[in-house]
Design a protein around this ligand. Structure first.
Ligand SMILES: [Zn+2]
Length: 245
């Protein structure tokens, strides 16, 4: 058993720092900019290299009132949101488990989900690296929970069924969704995988419906499915977790 009061500030700080790094990934991965070069972050508008004091997670955004110190361009609200979301989910994970391996696989899962979701919302694509990282987390999780064989079979079926939908829907679903759900299913068992898709579909529909109404039905509204698959998997995994383990 671990001391949650001690771990709480640790998870918050690690979450903030990692969230700040995920902002770099979210900006650079789809633009094919190297993650390590340039080493220092820069303003995407004026290109000015950022000093350490411009780069403190959340705090810099608040102090600078959401504007670049050098050109005063508005900084996307995505930056503080990603930092707070990462810190919140990292902290949540501490309350969901009291085991280091579980905590690590949950952090991996949440991290990849945040990066994949932000990129999917903007570019309608899920980077391969997020798929690979999620797969590693899923293997770790199901191995540690003693259902790795069942999860591998679940993943194979999840991939197969999504592949079929992908081929039949002719562009309605991206191949990234097929790959992503294939690895998400490594966290799941057959029952929770079905629950995950159901929850994902309901939440995606709730998200898309107002847009369809505003744009008046007929105009093709594309909805990124990755973020909703991640939400569905989180809920299904936790339900499964509390029911059966
Ligand atoms: Zn600037």
């Amino acid at each position: 058993m671990w001391d949650r009061i001690v771990l709480l500030p640790v998870a918050l700080i690690i979450g903030m720092v990692m969230g700040s790094f995920y902002n770099v990934l979210i900006y650079r991965l789809p633009r094919k900019i190297s993650i390590i070069d340039p080493k220092r972050s820069f303003c995407p508008i004026c290109g000015h290299q950022l000093a350490w004091k411009d780069n403190i997670p959340l705090i810099s955004y608040l102090i600078l009132k959401g504007r670049c110190r050098y050109c005063a361009a508005a900084i996307s609200v995505r930056y503080p949101i990603v930092e707070m979301l990462t810190a919140s989910l990292f902290t949540l994970a501490i309350y969901l488990t009291n085991n280091m391996i579980d905590l690590f696989s949950l952090w991996i899962f949440f991290s990849a989900a945040i990066v994949a979701s932000a990129i999917d919302f903007e570019y309608m694509l899920i980077p391969d690296s997020a798929v690979i990282v999620t797969g590693i987390g899923g293997l770790l999780w199901s191995w540690h929970h003693g259902h790795i064989t069942l999860s591998l079979i679940t993943a194979a079926f999840a991939f197969g069924i999504f592949l079929l939908i992908y081929l039949l829907s002719k562009g309605g679903m991206g191949f990234g969704d097929v790959e992503y759900f294939g690895v998400l299913a490594l966290f799941l068992t057959p029952f929770s995988a079905v629950m995950s898709v159901l929850i994902a579909s309901v939440v995606a529909l709730a998200y898309a419906l107002p847009q369809v109404i505003v744009h008046k039905a007929g105009r093709k509204t594309r909805v990124p499915f990755g973020p909703f698959l991640a939400i569905g998997t989180t809920i299904a995994m936790l339900l499964n977790f509390h029911l059966f383990y």
